[in-house]
Design a protein around this ligand. Structure first.
Ligand code: ZN
Ligand code: ZN
Length: 342
């Protein structure tokens, strides 16, 4: 029996039996073990959409999945049957100008697991068995526990954001928002050699996770008198909260001529921002979306760093998906929550 986690509309999440998937030519059949609940999954559940994308039909959620190869469809090859694998969630078109330019993460015609960006929606990975293009499979590096490997997708997002920032070695990096993506961005900045990493959040528990990820200083975002605010402008600021106030903090706290990376997905429509600060201090504002080859870098980094386990704050069986989603949404106690499909 294949159990899947299907979103039918705002607030209507169901665990239901799905038809047994058949791998088409070029596809692999994967038995999913763990799936990480992402902020975007929570948005589909709570708001019926994420960013500017709305749900228009039932969709299996999930794009942070790890499992084992079960079989291949006609003509498909990849890691041997039985190999533990992570699934790269993107299938770029490979022919558009962005793909040709090596920027497949902004491909105009990509297919991304569990995303309503196109119609029909691309069904996601929160199911006990899924069929995906075999080219999306990545064998786990030796010794990498599948549970930790479930962080590969969000860590790849974080590695890409740090890459977009440019040089961070020896620099001071500010990360606003210490949810799972913010914490993984802190870990990615640390891995890239940042000398000082300041994290901000409204919640004490989130800042504890930030410290575990490698933040050297943690600040209550709502307390202008917090003594841990950087005394000088930071070199790089990465906005990972997805709220306009976070972007404002980044623009006001970055040094003259510094770089701000907007990584968090802001609310739909327009967001206010301090454009004149951008001009008068000649700040570079850059967007960061998803990732491309950083997925492989993420798997290597996870294999080398057991400390990432501290960011997995809960694991729940797929049958308790509603509870798992509520737990993941409760930032006063959770960082990354996984569903277990075994
Ligand atoms: Zn994600
Ligand atoms: Zn493309």
């Amino acid at each position: 029996m294949v159990l899947g986690c299907v979103i039918h509309g705002q607030g209507d999440l169901r665990v239901e039996e799905l038809p047994e998937p058949e791998p088409a030519p070029g596809q692999a059949l994967v038995a999913i073990r763990y799936g990480g609940i992402c902020g975007s999954d929570l948005h589909y559940h709570r708001h019926g959409g994420v960013g500017d994308f709305r749900l228009r039909e039932p969709m299996v959620l999930g794009h942070e999945v790890v499992g084992t190869v079960v079989a291949y469809g006609e003509g498909a090859t990849g890691p041997a049957v039985g190999t533990p694998v992570a699934v790269h969630p993107a299938t770029p078109c490979e022919v558009c100008p962005e793909c040709a330019d090596g920027r497949a993460n902004v491909c105009r015609d990509t297919r991304y697991l569990g995303s309503a960006a196109r119609f029909p929606h691309v069904q996601g990975g929160f199911a006990s068995r899924i069929a995906v293009p075999a080219a999306q499979l990545r064998a786990l590096p030796d010794g990498l526990d599948p549970r930790r490997a479930a962080l590969a997708e969000p860590l790849a997002v974080a590695l890409h954001a740090v890459r977009r920032a440019g040089a961070v070695k020896g620099r001071h990096v500010l990360v606003t928002g210490a949810g799972p993506i913010g914490c993984l961005t802190i870990a990615a900045a640390r891995a890239a050699g940042a000398a000082t990493i300041t994290a901000t959040d409204l919640l004490p528990r989130a800042l504890e996770f930030a410290a575990a990820a490698g933040a050297t200083s943690c600040v209550r975002a709502d307390d202008p008198d917090d003594p841990h605010w950087p005394s000088e402008g930071v070199d790089v600021a990465i906005e990972a909260s997805g709220v306009a106030a976070g972007l404002d903090t980044c623009l006001r706290r970055v040094r003259r001529g510094g770089v701000v990376v907007q990584l968090g997905m802001l609310p739909p429509g327009q967001s206010p921002f301090a454009g004149n600060v951008l001009v008068s201090r000649e700040i570079e504002l850059r967007g960061a979306l998803r990732f491309h080859t950083e997925f492989d870098d993420a798997l290597r980094l996870l294999a080398a760093e057991p400390s990432f386990d501290a960011l997995i704050s809960g694991v729940r069986p797929v049958g308790a998906a509603a509870e798992a989603f509520a737990l993941a949404a409760d930032r006063s106690q959770s960082c990354k929550v996984l569903l277990d499909f075994a």
